[in-house]
Design a protein around this ligand. Structure first.
Ligand code: 3HC
Length: 292
């Protein structure tokens, strides 16, 4: 399909970053979210990030204006029209994903490819609610999406070669390196990473200090962030959803989610985005101390 337009559904942490990455690479992007408040938050976050880059000298004012000029927002699903690619980045709940795919399938052009940024749900199951399962696949970004180099490509049972090539071409254009990940819970990275974060949460539950667990992995293994810090960074709810997906998907007790994570999510402690997680954060998102 001849088009330079990408539609990103969802203006949360991931959708916002994916939209930025696409606009920075030269695509015309519409970031769609039915919640006006999410759109406003997303716009303000991009503006703030780009202004910081300009102040730091890693982005020019011209580039900032150029990229922001290619990035539009909408609260209407109808705006997927004309896009050669739709990237879904809504919350990690199968019913929400399916509902989104049904709507996009009805409104997008017949040739449009639709990818899910799911971190581990079944692509084939998501594709099954559309009339174009051959044009559906997984494209899993990592947080922060504009920075992280990897894109996991996940084919569903009936994803066509043409769809795969379209998404691979898109990945190259936005500067990502791809790996072919299996269509099993957690795909490739999260199946290794998230159980490590879960184990780290168990250690905090047993009495270890978050700083000690983080320093152990930063200084002992050269990880850029410790597992506890990373859990706060991506969102405790997101991490718990992935862990629960591994547990339910493999039916294996080795993936049992740490109860502390469940209690934290139930009490609204979602990490950096809510101001409170394993650590405490000020209104600017700076870490100001430990919560345990
Ligand atoms: N959005 C966009 N850009 C961001 C950003 C964000 N949220 N956070 C940082 N950046 C950019 C900065 O603007 C800066 O760009 P510049 O060099 O052009 O100015 C660059 O990243 C470096 O930022 P900083 O200098 O502020 O910070 P660091 O050098 O400490 O890097 C980091 C920050 C890249 C986040 C680094 O700490 C890191 O790599 N952390 C590990 C991240 C990780 O493991 N991600 C995977 C999470 S798991 C996942 O995503 C799975 C999913 O299913 C949830």
């Amino acid at each position: 399909m001849e088009s330079n337009k990408v539609a990103v559904i969802g203006a949360g942490l991931m959708g916002n970053g994916i939209a930025q990455a696409c606009a920075s690479a030269g695509y015309d992007v519409v970031n769609i979210d039915t919640f006006e408040s999410a759109i406003e938050k997303s716009k303000a976050a991009v503006e703030k990030l780009f202004s910081r880059k300009v102040a730091k000298g890693s982005m020019t004012e011209e580039k900032k204006a150029e990229v922001l000029g290619r990035l539009t927002y909408s609260s209407k699903f109808e705006d997927v029209k004309g896009a050669f690619l739709v990237v879904e980045a809504v919350p990690e709940k199968i019913e929400i994903k399916k509902d989104t795919f049904k709507k996009v399938d009805e409104l997008a052009d017949a040739e449009t490819v639709i990818v899910s940024n799911t971190s581990g749900l079944s692509i084939s199951e998501i594709a099954s609610v559309t009339n174009r399962p051959d044009k559906v696949m997984g494209a899993h970004f990592f947080y922060p999406a504009p920075v992280m180099k990897l894109l996991e490509l996940v084919r569903g049972l009936v994803t066509s070669d043409e769809t795969y090539e379209t998404v691979k071409g898109f990945a190259e254009k936005i500067g990502k390196t791809t790996v072919d990940a299996p269509e099993f819970p957690g795909f490739m990275v999260n199946r290794i990473l998230v159980p490590m974060q879960n184990e780290a949460a168990f250690m905090v539950m047993e009495g270890s200090k978050p700083e000690d667990v983080d320093n152990a992995m930063k200084l002992g293994c050269n990880h850029p962030m410790g597992p506890i810090e990373l859990t706060d960074f991506v969102g405790i709810d997101t991490m718990l959803a992935t862990m629960t997906g591994l547990y339910n998907g493999f039916h294996d007790s080795k993936y049992r989610p740490c109860p502390l994570l469940e209690t934290m999510v139930k009490s609204g402690m979602l990490g950096k985005k809510s101001g409170l997680g394993f650590y405490k954060y000020d209104e600017k998102g700076n870490k100001i101390g430990s919560n345990f």
